[in-house]
Design a protein around this ligand. Structure first.
Ligand code: HEM
Length: 422
């Protein structure tokens, strides 16, 4: 009986050997320039792309699956989020880019360098800063923005939901933190591993994409008695308490099911990123009971106001003896919960220096939500509208929407269903 794992390795070896023979080089790497990987991969087609994900790397998340990693995956401590502008002009060239990225993404998520070969005469093919680190639970999540469909002809494959989000009251959006043709979300339990992944994917696509905007973010994840707790945002509130937790929840709220949108998105989802500045200086002058009233939860325990524990039911209809709502009607949670829509929130804090030389922190939340329809976000954001007490303390500075592909099957490549037209 043949061993599958070895079959894969053999296939890989043959492909490499073929490649060397055909390029006429004696050692892997010579004559392959810094951005040459793409060209070589294009020459050798799909065989080269056969990858083995039976890696036993430490702290790794599987790349392959029904849905992409980095969505329902337990949140890691760091993110490096990149929004890219596409420079190629045709669907074929873009398809090749995603084909080229696929084996690199597998390697990166397995904690491997994108290429191990070294040659002193040329720049190293992997930038190297993740050497000696394990996979650190790296996840890579790929999506496409509405603007991509204006640049590249995909026929009728653009879903009607994939369009710029509407303007919301109090939005002060900056182009520098908004939109993009492609997104890559890299999350890991190490900032350098997340950054390394984006750096190497962008480098391998040199001349085919350029960085539009990027944002690093972090979360501190407390562990108590061996149990992972909800991280706190920069207002010190537990953030992520009420979220879909089961696969059924995820299928209802997050992942598109067959027939719910264009078929290439079955198993996919919409990612919304909002760079939200949090005015820490104003917040730090606010009394604790006012802070609790802003969210509708107690800061320290995370419990709904009037209750003890973080996961006690948030019953917004509860009233006191005078008939007043116990959870204030203008609180963030009251308003977020007043509409039917739900979403998966997977946000990270950021601190990016000083804003406009005012001496204030440029810090806040890289809010990221996943939902099967952007309307879920729109409904909740409209409910928060002008009423949300938290508005006094935040300003939305950036906004982007991407349709994230379904997961990748072994032997396939990222986004295959979008490119392979019927
Ligand atoms: C800086 C901006 C924001 C901060 C600091 C923030 C913080 C929080 C906190 C502390 C909670 C309560 C704990 C939890 O369930 O996670 C919460 C809940 C929630 N937030 Fe936000 N949030 C922000 C922006 C947003 C935005 C833009 C949306 C969507 C448009 C949103 C939607 C929600 C939802 C749906 C809940 C759960 C409500 C429920 O209990 O059902 N948040 N947020």
């Amino acid at each position: 009986m043949t061993n599958n794992k070895n079959d894969h390795l053999l296939e890989k070896k043959i492909s490499r050997r073929q490649m060397l023979k055909l390029t006429g080089v004696g050692a892997a790497g010579i004559a392959i320039g810094a951005s040459g990987m793409g060209g070589i991969l294009s020459t050798f087609g799909k065989d080269w792309l056969v990858e083995d994900d039976d890696s036993t790397a430490k702290n790794k998340v599987n790349f392959y699956g029904k849905n992409q990693p980095g969505i329902m995956t337990a949140a890691q401590s760091n993110i490096y989020f990149a929004s890219l502008t596409v420079l190629v002009k045709t669907k074929e060239e873009l398809k090749q880019l995603f084909k080229d990225w696929t084996p690199l993404a597998v390697k990166l998520m397995n904690g491997e360098l994108v290429d191990q070969t070294t040659n002193e005469m040329v720049p190293p093919k992997d930038t190297g800063e993740a050497m000696g680190l394990d996979a650190k639970n790296l996840t890579l999540t790929f999506g496409v923005g509405p603007s991509l469909f204006e640049k590249i002809n995909f026929g009728d494959k653009k879903p009607k939901e994939l369009k710029k989000l509407p303007h919301f009251p109090k939005d002060q959006l900056q182009e520098d933190f908004s939109d993009g043709d492609i997104c890559i979300q890299a999350c890991a339990d190490d900032p350098q591993v997340a950054f390394h992944a984006i750096r190497n994917l962008v480098r391998a696509a040199s001349g085919r994409v350029s960085l539009k905007w990027a944002q690093a973010g972090f979360n501190a994840i407390p562990i108590k008695n061996g149990k992972v707790e909800t991280p706190r945002n920069l207002f010190a509130f537990k953030d992520g308490t009420e979220n879909p937790k089961s696969q059924k929840d995820a299928d209802d709220v997050v992942y598109l099911q067959s027939g719910e949108s264009k078929s290439w998105l079955t198993g996919g989802t919409y990612l919304i990123a909002r760079r939200i500045q949090m005015h820490l200086e104003t917040w730090d002058r606010t009394a604790l009971d006012e802070q609790d009233a802003t969210f509708g939860r107690h800061r320290d325990s995370g419990a709904p106001i009037g209750k003890k524990n973080e996961f006690d039911a948030m019953e917004i209809d509860r009233k006191d003896e005078n008939g007043n709502y116990i959870v204030p009607e203008t609180s963030h949670v009251f308003l977020a919960k007043s509409v039917k829509a739900r979403m998966l929130r997977r946000s990270f804090s950021y601190a990016s220096g000083v804003i406009d030389k005012t001496g204030s922190h440029d810090a806040g939340l890289l809010f990221i939500s996943f939902q099967k329809d952007p309307q879920q976000f729109i409904d909740i954001q409209n409910s928060l509208g002008r009423l949300d007490k938290m508005n006094e303390y935040i300003t939305h500075r950036g906004s982007a929407l991407f349709a994230c592909f379904p997961g990748v099957k072994k032997g396939s490549f990222i986004g295959e269903a979008l490119f392979n037209t019927l």
